[in-house]
Ligand binder design. Sequence first.
Ligand SMILES: Cc1ncc(COP(=O)(O)O)c(C=O)c1O
Length: 396
Amino acid sequence: MEYKIADHIAAMKPSAIREIFKVLVDPEVIALSAGSPDSSAYPVKEMAEVGDEIFANEFVTTLGYGTTEGYTPLREQTKKRLREKYQTGTDDDDVIITTGGQQTISLFTQTMINKGDVIVCEEPSFIGALNAFRSFGAQLKGVPMDDDGMRMDLLEEVLSTTKNVKFIYVIPTFQNPSGRTMTLERRKQLLELAKKYDVLILEDNPYFELRYEGEPVATVKSMDTEGRVVYAGSYSKVLSPGMRIGFCLANKEIINRMVVCKQVSDVHTNMYFQMLVSKYLDKYDLDAHIKEICELHKIKRDAMLKALEKYVDPRVTFTHPNGGLFIWGELPKGYDGFKLCQEITKKKVACVPGNAFLTDENGVSNGFRLNFSMPSLENIEIACQRIGETVAEFLK
Ligand SMILES: Cc1ncc(COP(=O)(O)O)c(C=O)c1O
């Protein structure tokens, strides 16, 4: 049987990093490749308690269909928290619950993109978003970053010379994969440029509450007065990723269109987990929980930064993220991060090569991403030592 796969799906390549990830089946491999918070930080006891209450009193509700927009109390709690704590959202906006932040990205893309439209992204950027964009037939344009986030001079160059740009995709806080945070100044410039060239912004901000040092930076959405910014958030990194509870805050007109797309996608997000999050928020203090996660993750971040400094040749640079889950390494120019990761794998450590995060699937990157939240402190030390040994041989 010859299957006539849709052109834009057929054009998507199976990822080369799959080969590297095959090693993950070996239990001896230390994985620095994941994107989850430390599982010991999941509020297991509290969730079990809330779950028992749901089973005892409201189980029948979880078994029925819900509304596509999401469980109303959770929508209201989410909207209120964004509005009161982060001055994010206006009366013209609405919130829907999505099946993870990932679904916000794909529903918004499905809502906005005609085949061939352009999405401008940070370079490097989150592979899950890049693949969602590709799957809807979008063309991707990458804009390089520096330590302050996406370079606005280069963004303007792209916007002024590229037709059919629909939106700019940014992960402004503790970016995946680089760990970098866009400065307030740049966020303002981003909004100005989006206005000037009349394009939308998709602000993907799942890590912003995982801050281990420094002052919070206002969300781009909080400075948006005209409904230009669509905000993707998630409970994955502050509660647990397996529940698949995310949300989208955007102008009501966009939300209504996304709801139509969600109706033909999964109808609504799993009722049980929506209710679980809602009741958790009612009963427990999410901020106190986040404070605990941050304390735990800060220790791991510091341990990894220290071990990288101790073991790895100083010609390799590493970002110093003030939060989030990732550190980004860069080899000197001309060296290939993919090849380095292949070598590191031989020493039973898995990390993600930078080319996985490029808008050009055939591109070469001197970067690589390290996750510090999942491995134990002991394994962080061992993994960094092995990375250091591999780098020493690699740079010879
Ligand atoms: C930048 C970014 N956006 C969105 C997501 C999606 O997260 P989820 O669908 O679990 O909310 C992730 C997950 O790793 C991410 O790194």
